[in-house]
Write a protein that binds this ligand. Sequence first.
Ligand code: NAG
Ligand code: NAG
Ligand code: NAG
Length: 186
Amino acid sequence: MGNKFTSFLVLLLCFIINLVNSEYYHSKSILSMAPHNSVTHLHFYYFDIHTGNNPSAIVVAHANQTTLSPTFGNVYAIDNPLREGPEETSKIIGNAQGLYVSSSRNKDDVTLTMYVDYAFTYGELKGSSISILSRNPVSAPTRELTVVGGRGKCRMAIGFAIISTHFLNVTTGDGIIEYNITVYHN
Ligand SMILES: *[C@@H]1O[C@H](CO)[C@@H](O)[C@H](O)[C@H]1NC(C)=O
Ligand SMILES: *[C@@H]1O[C@H](CO)[C@@H](O)[C@H](O)[C@H]1NC(C)=O
Ligand SMILES: *[C@@H]1O[C@H](CO)[C@@H](O)[C@H](O)[C@H]1NC(C)=O
């Protein structure tokens, strides 16, 4: 009898504690769930096309001066295709949407600061994306960009991209950029 009553009290106590805990928040130990327990490598080509009937990068704002660098202050909106290979016919595996701004006053050192979400529409990472927020000194042969987050399979992503220009038309700004990305994520 006494034992049954004690068991009942313990159960009641557990129930009350549970009620209190579940009222408006719920937390648990994360010791067994390291936030970055996967590493993923990505390789693709980013097509930044300013010309033609269907450009994927357009100027949405610019400064009213050209005394410094001619592009300083230009803000571009992009919806750039990501392809498996560098050919225009290569399979599209995603798209990069967002903004970049020409952020260097020095005309000999064009830098784009990028605020871009790279989403994947094909294969293993379909429905997932990674976010880059980084400066990109475009005249350097290879650049490193910071990956600051991600969605879907890339949730909690942190990492870096090593990029280099595969093709650039300096007159039009049309470019094809090779990306190698390493991300650590959930
Ligand atoms: C742009 O700059 C020119 C020359 O300084 C000036 O006359 C003009 O009012 C400016 N336009 C705007 C929209 O600020
Ligand atoms: C990306 O990685 C591949 C394979 O390791 C390599 O051949 C290529 O040069 C790299 N490109 C960049 C831009 O890092
Ligand atoms: C760059 O674009 C201009 C204008 O479309 C074109 O005349 C020129 O041939 C292009 N250059 C290269 C290297 O593709």
